[in-house]
Write a protein that binds this ligand. Structure first.
Ligand code: 5GP
Length: 179
């Protein structure tokens, strides 16, 4: 499948994603059965994951959407901007940050620091996907859907230059000239 100038092939089918999201929701139901967590969905990439996750949860919970951006094209700029869009106080709340993918982990680390500084009672992270670099750096993500190698992916909320977020599956980039 071609998206703009890049070639992609299917990596994770929709039914596998659906099962994994349901399993993650079940785990949260269990871990938070005596609390009312607030999910902070990091836009834009996590909108689909967060939405599907919410449908599977049975405990009382809240969701808010925040934005932060460090990516342009297919390579991280290494710069992380601050969190924007959370007007309500987070004081005393049990927060679960919902990320689409953790690559270098810089974005997540910055978000977690910001949230702890805002007086949240607890802060945990969940990510549908985690790449090799984050694993090597031991970035703390309590709930992870799928582990990836160092590959660029799109679909299920993730984009390439704004395209592909609507795809129900996850695709990975195929190198133009594989050696
Ligand atoms: P990090 O700060 O962990 O390096 O990057 C995190 C953010 O970069 C993610 O929330 C996501 O928006 C973007 N990102 C990282 N890897 C990929 C990828 O393979 N595909 C897409 N579409 N975005 C990615």
């Amino acid at each position: 499948m071609k998206v703009k100038d890049l070639e992609f092939k299917k990596l994770i089918p929709a039914d596998k994603i659906e099962k994994k999201v349901a399993a993650l929701a079940k785990q949260i139901d269990k871990d938070y059965h005596d609390r009312t967590p607030t999910f902070l969905s990091i836009l834009n990439g996590s909108f689909m994951f967060a939405s599907d996750l919410m449908k599977h949860l049975t405990i009382p919970c809240r969701i808010s959407f925040v934005k932060v951006s460090s990516y342009s094209g297919t390579a991280s700029t290494g710069q992380v901007k601050t969190l924007i869009g959370h007007e309500e106080s987070l004081f005393g709340l049990d927060i679960i940050v919902v990320e689409d993918i953790v690559d270098s982990g810089l974005t997540l680390q910055k978000i977690m620091e910001d949230l702890k500084g805002l007086g949240a009672k607890s802060v945990e992270a969940m990510a549908l996907l985690r790449k090799q670099e984050a694993r090597e750096k031991n970035i703390q993500v309590k709930y992870v859907g799928f582990e990836l190698d160092d590959e660029f992916v799109l679909g299920y909320g993730l984009d390439y230059d704004g395209l592909g977020r609507n795809l129900p599956e996850i695709y990975k980039q195929v190198p133009a000239n594989p050696k």
